[in-house]
Structures are given as C-alpha cells and as structure tokens.
Design a protein around this ligand. Structure first.
Ligand code: 0O2
Length: 267
C-alpha cells in the first residue's frame, strides 16, 4: 500500500486519539474545578505505527484489506489511575457516555494474565468527522494504575528486546515484581480509604510515589539494570516502612541520580 493511502486511512485515528485525550483531560478538569478527587490521573494516546500494523496482520493472518475491522487497537488510549477502585469508576464513566459505544471489555485485573499483566481493556466505537463525512472507528482504551503501568511498560520493553526468548531469570524477576506491584496496589487501596479524610497528605504521598516510579521507569532506559533493580528494591523496602519523610528523601536522591544520568547523556 502507498504511504499516502496509509496516511489517509490512519489520519481519522489520529483525530480520534486527539479528541479523546482532550475529552478525558476535561473530565479531570471537571473534578478538580469542583475540588473533588479525580479517578483519572493521566491520559495518553497513540496511533499504531504502520510497521506494528503490518507485524500484527502477519502474526494474526489478517488480510490487509480487512485490517481496520480486525485490528481493534489502531487507536489506543491509556488512562492511568492512582488506585484500583478508580479504574472501575472510569469504566462506569465510559459506559455511561453517549459519544462512545462499548463493544468489548476485558478485565485483566480480575483475570490476571499468565505473564502477570494487569489492566482493564475496553474496545469502544467512536465517530469522527472528516472531509468525506462521518467515520466510525474502533478505539482500545487501557485503564491501569500507576503501578500496573510501571510494570507493563518495563515488561513490554523486555518482551520487545527478547522477543520469544526471554531468559528464565528475567521472567522470574518480572513475575516476582508483578507480585510486589499487586501488594503495592492493595496497600494503596487501604491508604485510599483513609485519604478521603486526609486528601492533602495522601496526594503528596501519591505524587512522591508517582515521581519515584517515573524516575525508576526512565532509569531503566539509561542505567545499569543491576543498579535499577537495587533502587527498585530500596523503594519497595522504604515504601513498606510507610515513613513519608524517608520516602520524600528517597525521591529527592532519585532526582539527583536521574539528573546525573541526564547530564551524562548531554556530554
Ligand atoms: P502493543 O505493542 O502494545 O500495541 P489483540 O492483540 O487485541 O488482537 P489480545 O492479545 O487478546 O488480542 O488482546 P489483549 O490481550 O487485550 O492485548 C492487547 C494489548 O494489551 C497489547 O497490545 C498490549 O498493549 C497489552 N498487553 C496484553 N498482554 C500484555 C502483557 O502480557 N504484557 C504487556 N506489557 N502488555 C500486554 P499488542 O498489540 O500486543 O502490543
């Protein structure tokens, strides 16, 4: 297929992603404007690349003429929540909307994948207006906690690196990290109940944890794997102790380490 034709096909998906990001961000604003806690923490989106579409079509033996019907994640939205409970609130919000129709749902939180992957997936249809008129598209919405996203991002990049030959020791570490992430989500859920009374202090703690997770996630791209594993273990140990001052100090130290790597990469 010619590049121009791919562009014509994929453009409406880019429009759908842009529109949906704006709409979900607006939900965050609506909550915050009335001083309420938003179940959505962050929204991102992407259109699948041509090479991923070709790869998936080949893997699933999909005729190129039918890829728009058969590949339901050409447009992908990812919604990040702080707590597992928030995920189900977001699912409800999506089910109730009149501008998207849910056609499929997969709850990989109740039914955890063998890999340890946890997330809630919804396939919705969504209309965009183009010069040729209305076009109905499928969009995949993945809803996860910050912790689930942290694990899935790292596992995805390791899957990409090793293809189907992931070394057993890495697989085992990922599996035990998935267990730790599950405990982290459960602990955060306990914190959530208390937070309704002490929302401020909680927001601070969640933000520190989010900063730490983002820093660790970024360090995976640039730092030595052993060093990052150690940082991750230290984080879980400090997190489990529950001392917010120590967590904040750890976050500060991690900022310094990240800044050092950034400075090194600029040399
Ligand atoms: P990419 O590169 O993220 O786009 P489907 O692929 O939807 O036709 P499947 O596999 O039953 O069929 O769908 P599923 O399980 O809902 O997976 C869809 C997407 O969820 C994947 O897209 C991944 O993004 C994510 N996902 C599913 N399982 C895993 C997992 O074990 N680990 C990680 N990290 N992500 C997972 P793609 O197209 O596979 O990949």
């Amino acid at each position: 297929m010619e590049i121009q034709l791919w562009r014509e096909i994929l453009d409406p998906y880019a429009l759908a992603v842009d529109e949906l990001i704006i709409k979900f961000n607006h939900i965050i604003d609506e909550y915050r404007h009335v001083g309420a806690y938003s179940p959505i923490e962050q929204v991102t989106g992407r259109v699948k690349t041509i090479s991923s579409i070709l790869e998936k079509s080949q893997k699933k033996k999909i005729e190129l003429a039918k890829f728009e019907d058969e590949i339901d994640d050409i447009a992908g939205i990812r919604i990040i929540c702080q707590f597992v409970e928030d995920i189900y609130k977001v699912v409800d919000i999506i089910r109730r909307r009149s501008d998207m129709r849910v056609v499929n749902e997969k709850d990989y939180i109740e039914n955890v994948k063998k890999s340890g992957y946890r997330s809630y997936h919804m396939i919705v249809t969504y209309d965009v207006e183009t010069l040729k008129g209305k076009k109905e598209l499928q969009v995949e919405i993945q809803i996860r906690t910050l912790a689930m996203n942290f694990w899935a991002t790292i596992e995805h990049s390791l899957q990409y690196k090793y293809k189907s030959n992931m070394p057993e020791n890495i697989r085992e570490r990922l599996s035990s990290a998935a267990g730790a992430i599950l405990i982290l989500d459960q602990e955060m859920s306990v914190v959530r109940d208390e937070i309704m009374d002490a929302q401020n202090s909680f927001t601070i703690k969640a933000n520190i944890v989010a900063d730490i997770l983002t820093n660790i996630q970024n360090l995976y791209k640039v730092a030595n794997k052993q060093e990052v594993m150690k940082i991750q273990d230290d984080f879980l140990r400090i997190y489990q102790k529950g001392d917010q001052t120590e967590l904040a100090e750890f976050s500060h130290q991690l900022d310094l380490i990240s800044a050092r790597y950034r400075a090194q990469s600029l040399r």
